[in-house]
Design a protein around this ligand. Sequence first.
Ligand SMILES: C[S@@+](CC[C@H](N)C(=O)[O-])C[C@H]1O[C@@H](n2cnc3c(N)ncnc32)[C@H](O)[C@@H]1O
Length: 280
Amino acid sequence: MLSYRHSFHAGNFADVLKHTVQTLIIQALKQKSKPFVFCDTHAGAGRYDLTTEAGQKIAEYKQGIETIWLQNDIPEILDPYINLIKELNPNRQLINYPGSPLIADMLMHRNNRLELSELHPTDFMWLKQEFKEAKNINIVQKDGYKHLISKLPPIQRRALILIDPPYELKTEYDDVIKNIKLAYRKFSTGIYAIWYPVVSRQQVEDFSSQFKNTGIKNILRIEMCIKPDNEEYGMTGTGMIIINPPWKLKEQMQSILPWLLKHLKQDDSATIKIEALVHE
Ligand SMILES: C[S@@+](CC[C@H](N)C(=O)[O-])C[C@H]1O[C@@H](n2cnc3c(N)ncnc32)[C@H](O)[C@@H]1O
């Protein structure tokens, strides 16, 4: 089943959190001159035009990137992310929103490698089109987990692995855990960043417990809920689980999450959480 299309959601508050975390991790990896790989198991289309019918249908970006990108008190830590948005929209009119592959490409040097998997035929086609000139980017229309496992460990021995499934099916939570265990067994020093929605609090807590039970150490959890938990509202919050986070990430997120929440919250009982799910 492939009914999920990210073009309906691009630039929403969940993308803001996910892409902020992605940007900060890539910036941390760039501190060393040694090359690294960015693996995106669920890559999407690469770039989204927010003015299209899909972008305008629910226009989630209006409660996401649009509310923050032109603020005049943006914390410096957010600059690398916000500067990408400004670069793609030079006339201060928000039209283009970068997906995770484009964010990686814009931040990484061409001696670094991108491994992108996308199953949906249309998004796969857009992704190929976006990067048709790039020799350092491998794009496959294959199951993202299978492709990931086949590439581990990377010869560079340094990687950010982004796992961003649509969670259309409840079984997708188990798929993440199963494949993280397989991937970690082959490559335990990589940085793994897993996105999750907060729709059902019980589901999120079960998912977190499953991570704790993997036996994997050094796991950070970052969560931002723009509304109180309530299964009737749909997605009320979003989070990232990060295995082997760069050492500064926790502190960076502690400093910027309150600012993000101030602009993105839709209720006064909105919350943030940054915790070591499993210590080193
Ligand atoms: C949330 S979107 C990805 C968004 C993208 N990572 C970003 O941040 O810009 C999830 C994508 O995964 C794709 N997908 C679903 N199952 C997949 C699988 N098993 N392997 C690869 N792609 C898959 C969907 O077609 C969809 O485009």
